[in-house]
Design a protein around this ligand. Structure first.
Ligand code: PLP
Length: 359
């Protein structure tokens, strides 16, 4: 078996242990004589799967009791509409635009409510995060939305802005489970699974209970958080197999020592790469150091020709999906929880060799 080191931004690597466990249980899940994919979502066997996934997520992420954990569909992109439809009681909210996803969230909100862009880092191709605080919030706005980790540009809120007692909503698609989260600072956190949790098709939403039940009248039933909260994420058929795999990933993290240990490993991995970038004459990181992400690391050589050569040659070495997003150019290494340090070391070794051969 030869598995590559996959640096894709998403869908991305899953832990090998999780894939093996899924393989083991594929034909006969827990003595049921069927795969999870074939089970009725109303069966006690599947109820046990989703209950365990939720319990393990709550445990490893330390989710307070007054927050619901929902397993939804439609990706993080559907949250761009659900958030304003459900939370903007006075039809007004603030947005901080720090990348393509933040811009999409803002644009979608504008379809339903008065959305204000209170800060942006578009002026420097989103290579930093703007300073934001409670003095910038619009009086009477229902919430402020920030994108905690900007997947395309490789920025992350390394300090949580102080928004006072305003409800904060955040998109954690590309950093959920990578670090500890104090949920009491947020009204709602959402994340698509395919970056750091499991397969595409599941979206996890953690929402404070008092925010439920206030959706605008036009909100479709399926887009009302309360529909899913009241029905244990089983108002309709949930993405059963995806939830099962997410559950295995949560367990894997628990067995590794939890999210705190995961974070320490992520710091170690990211430092390895950033230290190399800071000392290289050929490769440069594109983000200001204080806002760097542990998960997504964009870098460039300064020459389109060398970038293309690097992407092609790294692929031949089993280091795949290193091409950067078209709006940044260059390269991007996404090094989520499932990327072992050996993968990052292999990348740094290859970059060292490439720099020697091409300078
Ligand atoms: C990938 C991504 C999205 C879009 O997710 P989908 O599940 O494809 O809708 C939104 N926000 C962030 C931060 C992302 O990384």
């Amino acid at each position: 078996m030869s598995r590559v080191y996959n640096f894709s931004a998403g869908p991305s690597m899953l832990p090998l242990e999780v894939l093996k466990k899924a393989q083991e249980e594929m034909l006969d899940m827990g003595g049921s004589g069927q795969s999870v994919m074939e089970m009725s979502h109303r069966s006690p066997e599947f109820q046990a799967v989703i209950d365990k996934a939720e319990a393990t997520f709550r445990e490893i992420m330390n989710v307070p009791d007054n927050y619901k954990v929902l397993f939804l569909q439609g990706g993080a992109s559907t949250q761009f509409a659900m958030v304003p439809l459900n939370l903007a009681v006075s039809k007004c909210a603030d947005y901080v635009t720090t990348g393509q996803w933040a811009k999409k969230a803002f644009a979608e909100a504008k379809r339903f409510i008065t959305a204000n862009e209170i800060a942006s880092s578009a002026d420097k191709t989103f290579s930093y995060l703007p300073e934001v605080d409670k003095s910038m919030l619009t009086d009477g706005a229902d919430y402020v939305h920030i994108t905690y980790n900007n997947t395309i540009y490789g920025t992350h809120f390394n300090t949580m802005p102080d928004f006072g007692d305003r409800t904060v909503v955040t998109d954690m698609s590309s950093c959920i489970l990578s670090e500890e989260v104090d949920f009491t600072k947020f009204g709602l956190v959402y994340a698509g699974a395919q970056k750091n949790m499991g397969p595409a098709g599941v979206t996890v939403v953690v929402v404070r209970e008092d925010l439920l039940g206030k959706a605008q009248d036009i909100t479709p039933t399926m887009l009302d958080y309360e529909t899913h909260a009241k029905n244990g994420s089983m108002y309709n058929t949930p993405p059963t197999y995806g939830i099962y795999i997410c559950g295995l990933v949560f367990e894997w993290i628990k067995n590794m020592g939890g999210v705190k240990v995961m974070h320490e490993k992520n710091v170690e991995k990211a430092n390895l790469l950033y230290d190399f970038l800071d000392n290289s004459k050929m490769f440069k990181g594109t983000v200001v150091p204080k806002d760097r992400s542990l998960m997504n690391v964009p870098f460039v050589t300064g020459s389109d020709e060398l970038n293309a050569k690097f992407v092609a040659e790294s692929k031949a070495q089993g280091l795949v999906n290193l091409k950067g997003h078209r709006t940044v150019g260059g390269m991007r290494a996404s090094i989520y929880n499932a990327m072992p340090i050996e993968g990052v070391q292999a990348l740094v070794d290859f970059m060292t060799k490439f720099e020697k051969e091409n300078s």
